[in-house]
Write a protein that binds this ligand. Sequence first.
Ligand SMILES: Cc1cc2nc3c(=O)[nH]c(=O)nc-3n(C[C@H](O)[C@H](O)[C@H](O)COP(=O)(O)OP(=O)(O)OC[C@H]3O[C@@H](n4cnc5c(N)ncnc54)[C@H](O)[C@@H]3O)c2cc1C
Length: 457
Amino acid sequence: MADGFDPALERELRAAVGDRHVLVEAADVAPYAVDWTGRFRGRTPAVVRPGSTAEVAAVIEVCARAGRPIVAQGGNTGLVGGSVPLHGEVVVSLRRLDRCGDVDRRRGQLTAGAGVTIGHVQRTARAAGWDYGVDLGARDSATVGGTIATNAGGVHVLRHGATRHQLLGVEAVLADGSVISRLDGLEKDNTGYDLTGLLCGSEGTLAIVTAARLRLVPHLPNRVVALLAFDELDAALDAIGELRRDLDALEALELFFQDGLDLVCEQFGLAEPFADRHHAFVLVECASRIDPTDALARGVAMCAGVADAAVASDPARVRALWRYREDHPEAINRLGPPHKIDVTLPPDGVGAFVARVRVSIATLEPAARVFLFGHAGDGNVHVNVVGVAPDDDRVTDVVLRLVAELGGSISAEHGIGTAKRRWLHLTRSAAELAAYRAIKEALDPRGVLNPHVLLGP
Ligand SMILES: Cc1cc2nc3c(=O)[nH]c(=O)nc-3n(C[C@H](O)[C@H](O)[C@H](O)COP(=O)(O)OP(=O)(O)OC[C@H]3O[C@@H](n4cnc5c(N)ncnc54)[C@H](O)[C@@H]3O)c2cc1C
């Protein structure tokens, strides 16, 4: 038995899920207590790994009765300190709920357990000629449940929307152990409150998602990627607007800078994509039933200020160009635990933000290194800062206040977690926060589910 863990509670948890699936040894629970960046480190008396919805319900019921808070965990790739037990909570890992159903070919839907990875959903869909509208760098670890809990965005939001848009219904366990299930996949069903939409983005504070009915999109076999180099950010931002307007087949539009590109090349031994150095880079992806290469070339030709370009349509080259963008998070992690501050700016605020945020951070902490990249098509910028102590919140403070001043959002797609809780008032009114609290108190009156996430106790 682990220190300070009630033996009766431990016995009940073992009875609920089986001995093998209650971990209490320090070495066994350690990986569940630290996040992907290494910035958020907690402690837990136990990790419980239920294998069915009924077992999740039993675990929640047992913990609620004992007044023992829990933290839900899927792939543990969340970046806002929401998936780890920072206050000694019991971790409920949903990874064993990993059954992915077959594709319903008539409706283009499938049902997946909360622990199924996004990569698994994508492969299952593609084998039937469909695809899943959400894609992100963490695809082989991030789970259906975690992406629903955070309403994950990713690289295809501008075409297919975030996770909420793919969601037809969920099965979930509420804080008292009762189960709600809406997996029938009806496309139209205006029958009262949209509980599925409410749970999506609720970061494990209202219920534990155990399964979901997902809407699929047609698989588009022809894919072409261009990496465009710019010497001025303004030219890159204008090009992003023009490509959005002109390209029917547009699937992704990503932005990064020379310093991030240098870091990725250095960390992974990649060759720089261009002979000359530039300021900003836009990665454009198109996908279509017919080859979109000519349309992309015409679109790029219309953009002023393109200093250089590389184009790829064979899968290996496409993957190679994507690495320059997608390897940013891992390359930055290698420098030490980063502060990851994910924000949205209105389109005309991105330029001012990029210029001002670097100056603000340098003034505050001259030793800090700042890397900016993001999903440019949505105004989403990821501010990554290394060289600042994990618990030093001054950088987050300065960045989020700047975002609010420019009319943006303090969380584009990662959620609030524990990392941004203090700043929620910057972009939500007192009336909105009161409504959030009323919902939390109605669904989780005893504060059992992720009590330190989003609103806090
Ligand atoms: C390399 C990398 C790239 C990334 N790229 C993107 C990106 O492009 N877009 C994006 O949006 N995010 C991105 N992320 C962040 C992360 O992948 C997403 O937030 C993802 O949705 C987390 O899924 P997960 O299964 O790992 O959830 P976890 O990290 O385990 O949990 C995240 C939150 O959801 C809660 N939760 C988990 N499972 C459940 C459940 N079954 N029921 C209720 N609550 C639950 C947790 O308590 C926590 O609050 C990236 C992360 C990495 C490491």
